[in-house]
Each structure stands twice: as structure tokens, then as C-alpha cells.
Design a binder for this molecule. Structure first.
Ligand code: NDP
Length: 246
């Protein structure tokens, strides 16, 4: 039977590349979009024209009930989720001095609570079936911290704590749990940074002298989702052009 992958935030820059990679590997692909997103039909049609038959479900990943309802619907319509890619995320950057509770909560909810909300309804099924993959998209800034990102760095670092703990709990059940920590990838999230900041502050920090490509991250997701990666769990894999080495 065809395995089912669920990619949260699959219509975003990284998410779309991940959806395409998983489809090329022969998985059925479901993605989530934020309730109220008006571009879904056009995106699905565009993908269909390119040869990808994706399924999209409205879900606020920061809301537990919404996540549960979304997974229930996917299970009913496509079958149980075998690979979960927790990719949806937001930034609300400001120095800690200016950081208010609203922007702290928004980032923690969308980037970290979401990992619990989405993994909870799929994990028992994976262990019962004896096969599963949970892949959490974190960030280099969760590893090294970043000016103006106390909220984002905390959420992304927390994601990896979750990865290590859950990896231990499900290791004997055929389920792997891993974190990918990308550096700066040329998606809308990064292109929203003013060009002069990119040129003067960010790219000079990257030994490869360029932003990463979404397809490069998607390739790593594809490997982690494969049978070949069965012995790899609890890892945090950096993919950042040499910007930060641990
Ligand atoms: P985008 O902004 O392009 O995409 C983010 C996606 O998250 C969108 O599809 C968005 O859906 C979805 N999303 C946001 N909030 C919610 C929500 N509450 N419920 C459901 N979906 C939601 O970002 P990227 O593709 O660049 O980033 C993807 C992931 O990679 C993020 O977790 C990010 O932190 C991480 N990352 C990105 C890096 C980069 O350089 N780009 C570097 C390191 C990590 P919608 O549009 O429908 O709201």
C-alpha cells in the first residue's frame, strides 16, 4: 500500500519542495494550510498541472482540536499517516526589549505546540503498525540563537528536545524521530529580510557564500523518510552551508 506523508505548511517555500520530493518517492502527499488561506485551489491546480496530485486540508497547527480533526479527515480519506513532516512555522522577530506576550505566544504556539498537536494524533498508529517517521523542521537559529529571535530560537530548540525524548520512546517500534536544522534557505520567509541585511549580514556568515535551496532540504527529508534511514533517530541534522558547525 502507498505510504501517506503529511507535510504541515506544504504550500510554503520549503513545504512545497518537500511535498514534491515525497511525491517523487512514491508517497501519497497531504498538506495543511491555514484556515482562511485563499490560494489553496490555485496552488492545487498548479501542482496538478505539474503532475502532482496533492491533498490539502485546513488546519491551524497551533490548535490541538484543529490538528486532531485534520488528521482524522486525512486518515478517513487517504489512510493513516506514515510520515509526518512538522514544517509549518512563522517568525515574529523583535528584540527581547520589544517582545510582547502576543508575539512570544504566537511563535511558540505555531512552531512548538504544533509539534505536539500534529504528532499526538499520528504517533500511536505508527507504533502499532511498526513503521513511521516524524521529521521536525527546526532551524540553525534554534542551535545558535539569533538576535531578535528569542521566541523563534526557543521554539526551534524546544523542537529538538521533543525529538530526542520521543525518539527514545518509540525506537523499538520501527518509528524514527529526527530534527533537520536548515540555515538560510531562499524562500519567502528569508526573502522578506531586506536585501541589504542579506548581503551585508547574512550571506557573509555562510562559508558557501549563498542561500540554500528548498530542494536541498527536501532531499534530506526524503532520505530520513526512506527505509534506508531506519537506524537514524534522535539526530539533529544541520544543513546550513557551513554557517554553524557543532
Ligand atoms: P513559509 O513562510 O514559506 O511557509 C510557512 C508555512 O507554514 C506556510 O505554508 C503557512 O501556511 C504555514 N503555517 C504558518 N502558520 C500556520 C498555522 N498556524 N497552521 C498551519 N500552517 C501554518 O516558510 P518556509 O517554507 O521558509 O519555512 C518552513 C519551515 O522551515 C518553518 O518551520 C521555518 O521556521 C523553517 N526554516 C526555514 C528557513 C528558511 O531559511 N526559509 C531556515 C530554517 C528553518 P499558510 O500560508 O497557509 O499560513
Amino acid at each position: 500500500m502507498t505510504r501517506v506523508t503529511l507535510v504541515t505548511g506544504g504550500m510554503g517555500g520549503l513545504g512545497e519542495a518537500i511535498c514534491i520530493k515525497m511525491a517523487k518517492m512514491g508517497y501519497s502527499v497531504a498538506t495543511t494550510y491555514s484556515p482562511g488561506n485563499t490560494k489553496v485551489a490555485a496552488w492545487l491546480a498548479d501542482m496538478k498541472q505539474k503532475g502532482y496530485n496533492f491533498h490539502a486540508y485546513a488546519c491551524d497547527v497551533g490548535d490541538f482540536d484543529s490538528a486532531q480533526a485534520c488528521v482524522d479527515q486525512i486518515t478517513k480519506e487517504m489512510g493513516p499517516v506514515d510520515v509526518l513532516v512538522n514544517n509549518a512555522g512563522i517568525t515574529r522577530d523583535m528584540t527581547f526589549k520589544k517582545m510582547d506576550k502576543t508575539n512570544w505566544d504566537a511563535v511558540i504556539k505555531t512552531n512548538l505546540d504544533s509539534v505536539f498537536n500534529m504528532t499526538k494524533p499520528v504517533c500511536d498508529g505508527m507504533t502499532d503498525r511498526g513503521w513511521g517517521r516524524v521529521i521536525n523542521i527546526s532551524s540553525v537559529n534554534g542551535q545558535k540563537g539569533a538576535f531578535g529571535q528569542t521566541n523563534y530560537s526557543a521554539a526551534k530548540a524546544g523542537m529538538h528536545g521533543f525529538t530526542k525524548a520521543l525518539a527514545l520512546e518509540v525506537a523499538r517500534k520501527g518509528v524514527t524521530v529526527n530534527t533537520i536544522s536548515p540555515g538560510y534557505i531562499g524562500t519567502q520567509m528569508v526573502m522578506a529580510i531586506p536585501q541589504e541585511v542579506l548581503d551585508s549580514k547574512i550571506i557573509p556568515q555562510i562559508p558557501m557564500g549563498r542561500l540554500g535551496k528548498p530542494e536541498e532540504v527536501a532531499g534530506l527529508v526524503g532520505y530520513l523518510a526512506s527505509d534506508e534511514a531506519a537506524f537514524l533517530t534522535g539526530a539533529n541534522i544541520a544543513i546550513n552551508g557551513g554557517q554553524h558547525m557543532q
